[in-house]
Design a protein around this ligand. Structure first.
Ligand code: BG6
Length: 467
């Protein structure tokens, strides 16, 4: 018998900028990524989402493929500047019509939509008006945007999440400079992150005040950290890394407060986050209904008194990345016994069971969705077929890892592999493939089912029994 509950949801995920294209169609406003990806040297070989895989024009064909796959749910994001070109104020009805049409098409095929409100594409107008996430004004603007979405789509959509992976868009946007707005300013970054938590809380409050039927959650990277050795220094370094990358991002949305020790450290070192009257109560009173976990890899951590900085592998040449380190605190190091992808991500399914267990231990048995999980690879084409057996192996092992967590009592309600279709990887171009559906960039973006498509079809049909 399957370990997955009868009403477990099997789906897949994407995000607007990575699939839609139509970057300036039908009144859409400019996003921070539209601008950033056109600046020289920012992305892999200058790739961008101008056209992406043209999902904007081909969504009916894509939804038909989702239905054929047997998907019961689809996680996608709304492009804020497509519905509010200036970020607030005038609504772009053509943008609303696109998402409305997509939702209707999904429902027609019995596919339950899960909407992500913010998957990194900020209206550039808000960046220019007040510095985007760097300013408190963003909280009000985000709430206006969220309310618009609830109002227009809340009659048909009952699974929502406010943000995708704050650690990435804030970490890379404000600490490493690899995402827009390309800053390397921890002080601004910590404060910007605070504004994200406030915006989340405000949007959750509005969701409840407006009586929207359904659940609203928050999606985080789940990257369990393990010490590279048993030495007290490595264990302490690991505790700090787990605190920064996990507890800092989860506590404010699941407990309504920051982890106390780290908060004191940040305020002492940088004077932030700065709280305004009402912030604490807003966070406390608006805990999310569920947490979405995006799991790809775990990280090994070591004590660090040498490395500062980092370099990520964006080429798919194994070993081309460099360790990430914050001198005096910790560094993320390679596991000598680990199995790695071509992008130097450790493949470690057990980490997903562990991660879910850690969430349950810290936050109680809250509803969990695995909102992303997948293998980025250059898939070989053999005799005309896209043979992605390594992806099948990866997903199978991770589905088993979720099954193990469910057997241990965790309330995991759904699984969204990343990604439904091959799409743009923000910094890695189109060569890092994740999908069940291949897109032929040399042949008018034609769609083709991969080997994994038939496999996942059987997984869904058997509720996770036939792996
Ligand atoms: C997550 C994001 O970080 O991981 C996705 O939510 C992203 O948008 C995915 O594409 C895979 O990362 P990458 O860098 O391999 O594209």
């Amino acid at each position: 018998m399957s370990v997955f509950p009868k009403d477990f949801l099997w789906g897949a995920a994407t995000a607007a900028y990575q699939v839609e294209g139509a970057h300036d169609a039908d009144g859409k406003g400019l996003s921070n990524w539209d601008l950033f990806s056109h600046l020289p040297g920012t992305t892999y070989q200058g790739t961008n989402g101008d056209v992406a895989v043209d999902h904007y024009h081909r969504f009916k064909e894509d939804v038909a493929l989702m239905a054929e796959l047997g998907m019961q749910t689809y996680r996608f994001s709304i492009s804020w500047p497509r519905v509010l070109p200036q970020g607030r104020g005038e609504v772009n009805e053509a943008g609303i019509a696109f998402y409305s049409g997509l939702i209707d098409e999904l429902l027609k095929h019995n596919i339950r939509p899960m909407i992500t409100l913010y998957h990194w594409d900020l209206p550039q107008a808000l960046q220019e008006a007040f510095g985007g996430w760097g300013s408190r004004e963003i909280v009000e603007a985000f709430d206006e945007y969220a309310r618009l979405c609830y109002q227009r789509f809340g009659d048909r959509v009952d699974l929502w999440s406010t943000f995708n992976e704050t650690v990435v868009f804030i970490g890379m946007g404000y600490f490493t400079g690899a995402h827009p707005p390309s800053l390397t300013d921890p002080q601004q970054g910590i404060q910007a992150c605070h504004h994200v938590f406030l915006a989340n809380a405000r949007a959750v409050k509005s969701f409840r005040e407006m009586g929207i039927r359904g659940q609203i959650g928050f999606v985080n990277v789940m990257q369990p950290h393990d010490p590279i050795s048993d030495s007290p220094q490595d264990r302490r370094a690991c505790e700090i890394a787990e605190g920064i990358f996990t507890h800092w991002l989860y506590d404010p949305v699941l407990k309504g407060e920051y982890p106390a020790e780290l908060l004191a450290m940040a305020q002492q070192a940088f004077g932030v986050p700065q709280f305004a009257p009402g912030d604490e109560a807003l966070l406390k009173d608006n805990i999310v209904d569920f947490i979405g976990l995006n799991y790809y890899k775990r990280e090994m951590v070591a004590h660090n008194d040498d490395v500062n900085g980092y370099a990520i592998n964006t080429s798919g040449q194994k070993g081309s990345g460099r360790e990430l380190g914050f001198k005096g605190l910790f560094k993320l190091v390679r596991n000598p016994h680990g199995v790695y992808t071509d992008w130097d991500w450790e493949i470690y399914p057990q980490g997903l069971t562990d991660a879910i267990g850690r969430i349950v231990k810290r936050y109680g048995n809250i509803p969990i969705y695995i909102t992303e999980n997948g293998l980025g690879a250059k898939d070989p084409i053999v005799d005309g077929e896209v043979r992605d057996q390594p992806r099948i192996d990866y997903l199978r092992d991770h589905i088993q890892a979720i099954g193990a967590a469910i057997e241990q009592g965790a309330d995991v309600r759904g699984y969204y592999p990343w990604s439904f279709i091959d799409l743009l990887s923000w910094l890695n171009g189109y060569q890092k493939q994740y999908g069940f559906v291949y897109v032929d960039h040399a042949n008018n973006l034609a769609r083709r089912k991969k080997q994994s498509f038939g496999w996942y079809q059987r997984v869904i049909a058997s509720n996770g029994e036939r792996l």
